[in-house]
Design a protein around this ligand. Structure first.
Ligand code: SF4
Ligand code: SF4
Length: 95
């Protein structure tokens, strides 16, 4: 399933989505993120799942627009470190 973490405000929608069918809990995204946005834990949406999954930390869910800002220059935006690190392609951003 797609687990969406974030919020919307007057300026737009700011969500990081983790496809838990693809995520294998490897932790590569956690190590790649310079700002501690992601962590690995038991799946909050599926208590019966044995594999851990990546989630956005509770603290970051209300401010990822700002925390992720340095990774997202307005021009010449590179592939995001978290997205580049995720070999199964489980991470997407809405903005
Ligand atoms: S890098 Fe991808 S597969 Fe690995 S924990 Fe992060 S989201 Fe899951
Ligand atoms: S865009 Fe940057 S700050 Fe945001 S989750 Fe990805 S690596 Fe971390």
């Amino acid at each position: 399933m797609l687990a969406n973490y974030g919020y919307k405000d007057g300026s737009g929608e700011y969500f990081i989505s983790i496809d838990t069918d693809r995520c294998d809990g490897c932790g590569d995204c956690v190590r790649a993120c310079p700002y501690g946005v992601l962590e690995i834990m038991e799946d909050p949406n599926d208590p019966f799942r044995e594999e851990p999954v990546a989630v956005v930390t509770e603290a970051e869910r209300k401010k990822i627009k700002y925390t992720c800002g340095p990774c997202k220059p307005v021009t010449n935006r590179p592939v995001l470190p978290c997205v580049a690190a995720c070999k199964p392609g489980a991470i997407s951003h809405s903005w």
